[in-house]
Design a protein around this ligand. Sequence first.
Ligand SMILES: Nc1ncnc2c1ncn2[C@@H]1O[C@H](COP(=O)(O)OP(=O)(O)OP(=O)(O)O)[C@@H](O)[C@H]1O
Ligand SMILES: [Mg+2]
Length: 286
Amino acid sequence: MKNMLSEQETAMPAMAQGSLCTRVIAVTSGKGGVGKTNVVANLAVGLARAGKQVLVLDADLGLGNIDVLLGLVPRYTLEDVLCGSRSLSDIIIPGPAGIQVLPAGSGLPQLTALTDTQQLTLQTELEQVVDNVEVLLIDTGAGISPNVTYFAAAAQETIVVISPEPTSLTDAYALMKVLCRQHRERRFKVLVNMVKSQRDATQTFRKLDVAAERFLNISLDYLGFIPLDDYLPMAVIEQKAVTERFPASPSSRAFVELAKKVAEWPDPQLPKSTVQFLWQQLVPMN
Ligand SMILES: Nc1ncnc2c1ncn2[C@@H]1O[C@H](COP(=O)(O)OP(=O)(O)OP(=O)(O)O)[C@@H](O)[C@H]1O
Ligand SMILES: [Mg+2]
């Protein structure tokens, strides 16, 4: 995908110059339940507080729950957009700290079955929706199904969330192997969640990094860690982002650091029309 995008960039230098760039970050994991949705929600809030315009795309097919996590109630779904009764901007819900949430999850399985006209409508509307968005954060859901890998491959940055559990490492490795072999993805940023100490985090990262280097010939970027924190599940029960509900908690402080780090990444070099290409990757035209 990244190779394809650079080809497109070369093909359209005029569009690439001076257009607003939307950074597209996919948060994924391999294993379920390691904290992706909480990372997306809190990173989104942190980036918004750092002054960024953030849109969260809940792409966790069938199991999407970022709206539940944040106590938001979607009034419309993607189905309303597809039948023409609503526009994409109608289904976006305002979230904490000014973030926007596109709870697309439940409608996405049908995307491949859309007519050309429907696909074009969605694509055009997505272009409009992301017009002022600086960061598009995608919660991909778990696993290595095409639904997950498409999003991770289409994004400019992929954050792989792991926990110290061995199954989290094997599943993250399996996901990276698929992305590497099938999508020529070679850059992964790894965030270690639910650790007791920095030492545990670096040891956990190292295990994955060694395997990735040895068997996939890639080296991983260590993005940091989020500590295991009793306040986080308490915030989940209250349907609030922990950074909102318990801002002084250890995990909140780590999320703020993470957001600062991400906000300082150099600007993406891709044109605004990236979204169009991203969309084409997700929904190949019939
Ligand atoms: N840093 C943390 N400290 C303590 N508990 C945590 C932490 N991160 C996540 N959890 C717990 O793990 C649960 C699952 O988190 P979350 O829903 O974000 O995972 P997920 O990877 O999105 O899951 P799924 O794969 O099902 O979408 C949370 O409800 C919370 O109870
Ligand atoms: Mg989730």
